[in-house]
Ligand binder design. Structure first.
Ligand code: FES
Length: 103
């Protein structure tokens, strides 16, 4: 079974922006684009930086520390100095409720 954890109301997520949300014991970055909501781990895979403090350009998030970029839809690491992908979580939007699958 898929377990969905409610994390936010859609209306409280800023458009074309990223926010940090605590979900269970996890720090996740939640991105709202025009075509959907996406979620990844918030901690960069390269070092001690939070992606919610980074720069979102379309569907890429740039780490604030060394400017590594990830695809927010897949978590894929797109450039140096990144060597490891980011974990991306499935998101479900039901009305105004936003859920993630942390399993
Ligand atoms: Fe994110 Fe280095 S800590 S690119």
């Amino acid at each position: 079974d898929t377990v969905w954890t409610r994390i936010a109301s859609l209306s409280e997520l800023p458009s074309n922006d990223v926010v940090a949300i605590q979900a269970g014991d996890r720090d996740i970055a939640v991105y709202r684009l025009d075509d959907g909501v996406f979620a990844t781990d918030n901690l960069c895979t390269h070092g001690n930086a939070r992606l919610c403090d980074g720069f979102l350009l379309d569907d890429e998030i740039e780490c604030p520390l060394h400017q590594g970029r990830f695809d927010i839809r897949t978590g894929k690491a797109l450039c140096a100095p990144l060597t490891r992908d980011l974990r991306a979580y499935p998101v479900k939007v039901d009305g105004d409720e936003v859920y993630v699958n942390l399993a």
